[in-house]
Write a protein that binds this ligand. Structure first.
Ligand code: COA
Length: 250
């Protein structure tokens, strides 16, 4: 287990919590690796029927750790952790439910495109400033978002980097429901329990039918990844990362 990823098995439910509150749950390579492992292990565990993803109060995730991006932008090598995690999401054999409160930036938004149900709170804002950072959409979002949200909403989210309130996200079909902050944990776990009580084989087949072939999704994740890695080394991206790092220096 990684210190910033807490994994807990409660009966048929595996709960994965991102827990790096001082950085608003910015996700490091080690955190991606720990989440990929938790997804793979719970997929393989016959006792587990559903996985739940949480952040901390006020921060589901502020996205990829920008210091990790900066390291690559300045000549460092990236690993396979992000890709491994995205593959685990895209090929998940069992449902994933997310409970989102507060900040949901970058992959903090796009993770939810892979979830079967997402609950969020009124203070949640979904935002993907990829283009503003000199980057491109990731996690298969360039394929999933137009399919889920329609082309124009997808462009507003992924192209313009507009923030989507929880209400707008629900109206657009990005999430399942909006619940009060104090009810998020219980409501998300109740949704997971409802899934866990279904006949698992029928549910698996139903879910597989709804998702269809994952080949195109995995291919898109790879294609986005190649573009993303190239963009990380661009002047546009380097300048955006520098601006973030220096923003508190007055
Ligand atoms: N990577 C690394 N560190 C991050 C981070 C990220 N993606 N997001 C936030 N942090 C860090 C901040 O640097 C700060 O650290 P510090 O206290 O050591 O200075 C801490 O988390 C708290 O963030 P702060 O900006 O002070 O909180 P806030 O509530 O004012 O703003 C955000 C929160 C998420 C809106 C803002 O931090 C932000 O825009 N982060 C970048 C998001 C992003 O672009 N992600 C990548 C998408 S591809």
């Amino acid at each position: 287990m990684n210190e910033h990823i807490l994994v807990e098995k409660r009966g048929a439910v595996t709960i994965v919590r991102m827990n790096r509150p001082d950085k608003k749950n910015a996700i490091t390579r080690a955190m991606y690796a720990a989440m990929a492992k938790a997804l793979a292990e719970s997929d393989a565990d016959a006792d587990v029927r559903v996985r739940v993803l949480f952040g901390v109060p006020g921060a589901f995730s502020s996205g990829n750790d920008l210091a990790d991006f900066m390291a690559i932008a300045t000549g460092g090598e990236g690993g396979t952790e992000v890709y491994d995690f995205l593959l685990a999401l895209a090929s998940a054999g069992k449902p994933i439910v997310s409970g989102v409160d507060g900040i949901a930036v970058g992959i903090g938004t796009t993770i939810n495109l892979h979830c079967d149900l997402t609950l969020a709170t009124p203070r949640t804002e979904f935002r993907t400033p990829f283009v503003d950072l000199g980057l491109v959409p990731e996690a298969g979002s360039s394929l999933l978002a137009p399919a889920v949200l329609g082309r124009q909403n997808a462009f507003a989210l992924l192209g313009l980097g507009e923030g989507f309130s929880a209400e707008r996200a629900k109206a657009a079909g990005l999430i399942y429901d909006v619940v009060a902050e104090e009810e998020l944990e219980a409501a998300t776990l109740a949704a997971a329990d409802a899934i866990a009580r279904k006949p698992p084989e029928a549910l698996r087949i139903a879910r597989d039918l709804m998702l269809g072939s994952r080949e195109a999704l995995v291919a898109r994740i790879k294609e986005e990844g190649a573009q993303f890695r190239a963009r990380l080394k661009s002047d546009e991206a380097r300048e955006a990362f520098m601006a973030f790092m220096n923003r508190k220096k007055g």
